[in-house]
Design a protein around this ligand. Structure first.
Ligand code: ATP
Ligand code: LTN
Length: 338
């Protein structure tokens, strides 16, 4: 029987700081089960992170930390290609071609661009605007069918689809047109202090986020201080617009303790916020501790990580070269004769 060709999955996270519980619950954790069914590539998108100012030494550290974290979270280098974006030069090269396909108007409308322009008003660089085109390049290089991301990235994947369809219409069928894979838990995890905004690793207030490297004490302290509600009704109700803080904590609890939100609501009925917050902390700590231990172990074995990255980049390069050669040919560039 002919071997079944597995559909391809691609995703990535920027090495822009400490990975948050939001990144984990909204993205990385949902990648692990995909490895059984799909041909997966998971990337640390270091080129993307340059769109906001980085300290070079920190960027290097964050990049390796993130690779170790991927593995500690259950991504298996024997099943998936794990690699660093800048190790495969085709990403930047395809982005240039796609720049000639994407319109300034559509990039200008991207929510993330508008948000980041506000946050980094002193550094609205071309890369920031171009960010979604590089992301489209990441995805399209691998003929990706599914892109598992959090809700905040849906707009970028939509743009990627538009770019792929426009290119295919102009130059004939070249790219697979990818789809988002939003898991059930793809709902956004919110800031602990401002529960209508998403928990984001670049949040300047460390108390607003739980990072995957936070100690048990830190997790407990941050959760005790998390905003709940101004009213005196200590019921834990989910999805009440007047209780975004409680909703967020219930959501975190349900994802970490692996129970439904309804079950969690029942469990904490009449218990009050103190007991509730401590239980959320226990559930989060139980998720984080084994990941932290494994990440630490991996980071002490640099040779192993380098080997994983070498193999990942090799596999990624093989696919990327093929797509880029096809694209260059289709748009009319002459191949170099060797
Ligand atoms: P930055 O603050 O640097 O913009 P970020 O925390 O938003 O970073 P990204 O690297 O942009 O993280 O995102 C990595 C992945 O995590 C994406 O798939 C994104 O959708 C997901 N993600 C990020 N924040 C959350 C969140 N609060 N809830 C759920 N998913 C999230
Ligand atoms: N923009 C994404 C990170 C990212 C990505 C990708 C995700 C860059 N390239 C390709 C999926 C596929 C983010 O999460 N902020």
């Amino acid at each position: 029987m002919a071997e079944e060709v597995k559909k391809r999955v691609f995703s990535g996270v920027q090495p822009t700081g400490k990975v948050t519980l939001g990144n984990y619950l909204g993205a990385i954790r949902n990648w692990t089960p995909l490895q059984e069914q799909y041909d997966c590539l998971f990337c640390v998108v270091d080129l993307h992170s340059l769109t906001v100012t980085q300290v070079p030494a920190e960027l290097r550290k964050n990049t390796l930390d993130l690779v170790a974290l991927y593995i500690a979270c259950g991504l298996d280098p024997d099943k998936s290609a794990l690699f660093i974006q800048s190790h495969v030069h085709e990403h930047a090269e395809l982005a240039w071609i796609l720049d000639t396909i994407a319109y300034v108007g559509e990039l200008n409308r991207m929510t993330q661009f508008k948000d980041k322009s506000r946050k980094h008003a002193d550094n609205i660089n071309m890369g920031l605007m171009n960010y979604p085109v590089l992301m489209a390049s990441d995805i399209l290089l691998y003929q990706t069918e599914y892109v598992p991301v959090g809700k905040d990235q849906v707009q970028h994947v939509e743009l990627t689809r538009n770019i792929a369809e426009r290119f295919n219409a102009r130059y004939s069928d070249t790219f697979a047109v990818p789809q988002c894979l939003l898991s059930k838990s793809g709902n956004s995890i919110k800031s602990l202090l401002e529960p209508t905004a998403k928990m984001s690793k670049s949040d300047p207030n460390d108390n607003a986020i739980i990072t995957l490297t936070d100690s048990a004490d830190t997790v407990r302290r941050k959760l005790r201080r998390a905003v709940t509600d101004s009213d005196t009704d200590v019921r834990c109700v989910h999805s009440s617009p007047s209780k975004p803080g409680v909703s967020n904590l219930l959501n975190i609890y349900s994802l970490c303790a692996d129970v439904t939100v309804e079950e969690a609501e029942k469990q904490f009925e009449g218990k009050g916020y103190g007991v509730f917050k401590d239980a959320v902390a226990d559930a989060v700590i139980a998720v984080l501790e084994p990941i932290q231990a494994e990440q630490k172990r991996l980071l002490s074995d640099k040779a192993y990580l380098e080997n994983v990255l070498g193999q990942g980049a090799e596999k990624a390069s093989r696919i990327a070269q093929k797509t880029l050669a096809k694209v260059y040919r289709k748009v009319g560039l002459i191949p170099r004769v060797r």
